[in-house]
Design a protein around this ligand. Structure first.
Ligand code: A3P
Length: 294
C-alpha cells in the first residue's frame, strides 16, 4: 500500500520560515500549518499531494492518526480487495503507473486532503482509537526506534505534549473530528472505524469493511480466513515483520507490532493522566455523537 507522496516539483522552503514551530519531545521540530502540526518532510509531502495528487474513482485511501491501528487495516484492505494482490511498500513507486484499484494510506487530516480525494468517487477508510491507548502506543513506538544507548522519553512530558495537540498530525482530537463529521454526512464515502470495535467484534467489523469496499464476502469461511491472515499474532510472527525494515521511514517493522490490546494505558498512565486526557476528549467530542473512551 503506497503513501500519498508524489515526487516533489516545487520548492516550499520559503514558507517554512513563516510557520509557527515548536520542538517535539526534544526530538524534532514541528511546524504548524492550517491548525495541524507536522514534521517538515511530512508537511512537504502534504503540500505536494495537495497540488499534484489526482485521485481515481476506484482508489481506496486508508487514513488515520499515528498508532491507531493503521498496520492492521493496511493488511485487511488489500486482503479484502484482492487476496492475491502484492502490497506496494515503496513510496517511490510511480503512482501513475499503478493499476486500479490503487490503495493508499495517509496521516493527513481530512481538511488537508487533496480536493480530488474529496470530490472523486474514491473511498476513505478511517481508523481511530481511545487517545489514552494511542498516546501510550506512540510513546512506546518512539522509544522503540531510539538507539539502544538512549534513554526513554519522559512519559510525563510526552503525555503533556500530546494533550496540547503537539505531536505529528496533531491535535489528535481535531484529526478524529474532521473525519468523523464527514463520515456522518457522507457514510458512503468514509467508513469510520474504532480500534476497540475491531478488537471486540473483528469478524463483524471486517464484514462491514468489505461491504463498504464493494467486496462483500460470499462465505463465512472467507471472513475467518481474512481475519486470521491479518491477525496480530500471525503478522507479528512473520519473518518479514520480525526482521524487516519499513521502507518509507526506515523503522524496524517489529516496532509496529507491540501488544495489540485495548486498555494497556492502565499499566502506565496515572489516574491524574487518565482524568486529564478523558476530560479533554469529552470536551472536544461533546455534541459530536462520538465516544472514544474505554
Ligand atoms: P500497541 O502499541 O498498543 O500494541 P499503527 O499501525 O497505527 O502504527 O498502530 C500500532 C498499534 O496497532 C500498536 O498498538 C500495534 O501493536 C497494533 N497492531 C498492529 N497490528 C495489529 C493487528 N494486526 N491487530 C491488532 N492490533 C495491531
Amino acid at each position: 500500500m503506497a503513501t500519498i507522496n508524489p515526487p516533489k516539483t516545487t520548492s516550499t522552503s520559503a514558507l517554512f520560515d513563516d510557520l509557527p514551530t515548536e520542538k517535539w519531545i526534544n526530538l524534532a521540530n514541528l511546524y504548524q500549518w492550517k491548525g495541524f502540526w507536522y514534521r517538515r518532510p511530512h508537511l512537504e509531502a502534504v503540500m505536494e499531494a495537495r497540488s499534484s495528487f489526482k485521485a481515481r474513482d476506484e482508489d481506496v485511501i486508508l487514513a488515520s492518526s499515528m498508532k491507531t491501528g493503521t498496520t492492521w487495516l493496511k493488511a485487511l484492505i488489500p486482503s479484502i480487495m484482492d487476496p492475491n494482490a502484492r502490497i506496494v511498500e515503496n513510496s517511490t513507486y510511480n503512482i501513475l503507473d499503478m493499476p486500479s484499484p490503487r490503495l493508499f494510506r495517509t496521516h493527513m487530516p481530512y481538511a488537508m486532503l487533496p480536493d480530488s480525494i474529496k470530490t472523486s468517487g474514491c473511498k476513505i477508510v478511517y481508523i481511530t482509537r481511545d487517545p489514552k491507548d494511542t498516546v501510550l502506543s506512540l510513546w512506546h513506538f518512539m522509544n522503540s526506534i531510539r538507539k539502544p544507548e538512549e534513554r526513554p522519553f519522559p512519559l510525563n512530558e510526552f503525555f503533556e505534549s500530546f494533550c496540547k495537540g503537539l505531536h505529528p498530525f496533531g491535535p489528535f482530537h481535531d484529526h478524529v473530528l474532521g473525519y468523523w463529521k464527514e463520515s456522518m454526512m457522507r457514510p458512503e464515502k468514509i467508513l469510520f472505524l474504532r480500534y476497540e470495535d475491531m478488537k471486540r467484534d473483528t469478524s463483524g467489523q471486517v464484514k462491514k469493511l468489505a461491504s463498504f469496499l464493494g467486496r462483500p464476502f460470499a462465505k463465512e469461511e472467507e471472513v475467518a480466513k481474512v481475519v486470521w491472515m491479518c491477525s496480530f499474532e500471525r503478522l507479528k510472527n512473520l519473518e518479514v515483520n520480525k526482521n524487516g525494515v519499513e521502507p518509507d521511514a526506515g523503522f524496524p517493522k517489529s516496532a509496529y507490532f507491540r501488544l495489540g490490546v485495548v486498555g494497556d494505558w492502565k499499566n502506565s498512565l496515572s489516574m491524574e493522566m487518565k482524568k486529564q486526557l478523558d476530560e479533554i476528549t469529552c470536551n472536544k467530542l461533546e455534541g459530536s455523537g462520538l465516544d472514544l473512551l474505554n
